[in-house]
Design a protein around this ligand. Structure first.
Ligand SMILES: [Zn+2]
Ligand SMILES: [Zn+2]
Length: 324
């Protein structure tokens, strides 16, 4: 049985074919498309993935909302559903319960999983299990209670693009020319951009579980794929990500450039990001240092210092990542 997601996915793909209408071409529209692929793509990568799903850094509430509204403009599901789906992927990567393993077929992992109703994925208990931390926020709960709200945000964005580009074009052309320019901006700047961001996101699910090399012997089939990393601003270093999902950076070798992490560091410089989660080894070292400090404090206050010190032998340091 086809799931309702197939309607907007098919519709936007068909409408985006209007980029082949010569009258809709303008360099402004092309630039808006390319800039939009990066900016809106980052609302998914930085916003939905590294911030909401893995909590790999902190940011002001208003900036989180900005990222989420941008992500809604990408028509990639509501925040709680996206997060639950991705955490479920991490919990069951390439197993039966994985919502989009390409080991079924490439097409399934890329897009077909969105076309078929998955009862275990879309069950309320699943969202309660995997996205409880989001649903306690009234903003995210409101979106879940109004399932058409992402569509309305998407439509509002089209109106905004159309009105703004029409008004701007009136500065140099007549109403008919302005309408044509505005249509081109919507086709390139919204519809084609949406399709490109979709396929970039979906490539992380499909290509990086089939093609590429592995730095880490993880218990699924994740790969590091330079092509996906290039287009998805670092997300293609997917084997690195699976080896340490909570870590904000996915760069484990010098050439594995992670644009998203660099942008998070840039946000930190202007106070828009903090508590950036470091690699697991550094988290472990910090935890050990913190424990040693506590023990030292206790030791200085306790007559049984030897016992306290003896109790701090090598331990497995708890990971700080969420259930993902
Ligand atoms: Zn994966
Ligand atoms: Zn992830």
């Amino acid at each position: 049985m086809f799931f309702r997601y197939c309607v907007p996915i098919v519709a936007v793909h068909i409408l985006a074919l209007a980029v082949f209408v010569p009258a809709f071409f303008s360099w402004t529209a092309v630039v808006l498309c390319l800039v939009g692929v990066h900016v809106f793509g980052q609302t998914i990568t930085m916003g939905y993935h590294r911030l909401l799903t893995h909590r790999s850094f902190k940011t002001p509430r208003w900036f989180e909302r900005v990222l989420v509204v941008g992500a809604l403009c990408c028509l990639e599901d509501s925040p709680a559903r996206w997060v639950a789906t991705h955490r479920m992927h991490h919990a069951h990567s390439d197993e039966q319960e994985d919502p989009h393993s390409p080991l079924v077929t490439f097409l399934w992992g890329h897009v077909w999983w969105l076309f078929v109703r998955n009862h275990s994925l879309h069950h309320p208990a699943n969202y309660e299990r995997y996205a409880r931390d989001l649903l306690v926020d009234p903003f995210y709960m409101w979106i879940e209670k109004h399932p058409t709200s992402p569509l309305w945000v998407y439509a509002a964005q089209i109106v905004l693009y159309a009105v703004a580009s029409f008004a701007a074009a009136l500065l140099w052309t007549d109403a008919a020319g302005a309408a044509n320019f505005a249509a081109g901006v919507v086709v390139w700047g919204v519809l084609l951009r949406t399709v490109l961001v979709w396929h970039i996101t979906w490539s992380v699910n499909s290509l990086t579980h089939i093609f590429g090399y592995r730095n880490h012997d993880t218990d699924e089939n994740s790969r590091n794929n330079w092509l996906v990393a290039l287009f998805a601003c670092g997300e293609g270093w997917h084997n690195n990500h699976h080896s340490d999902p909570a870590c904000c950076t996915v760069r484990h070798r010098w050439w594995e450039i992670d644009i998203t992490y660099l942008e998070v560091r840039a946000l930190a410089l202007v106070g828009l990001a903090w508590d950036i989660v470091p690699p697991r080894a550094e988290r472990a070292a910090r935890a050990m240092a913190g424990r040693s400090e506590n023990v030292a404090l206790k030791a200085s206050a306790s007559p049984r210092a030897d016992v306290a010190l003896g109790a701090t032998g090598p331990e497995v340091v708890a990971d700080t990542q969420l259930p993902s």
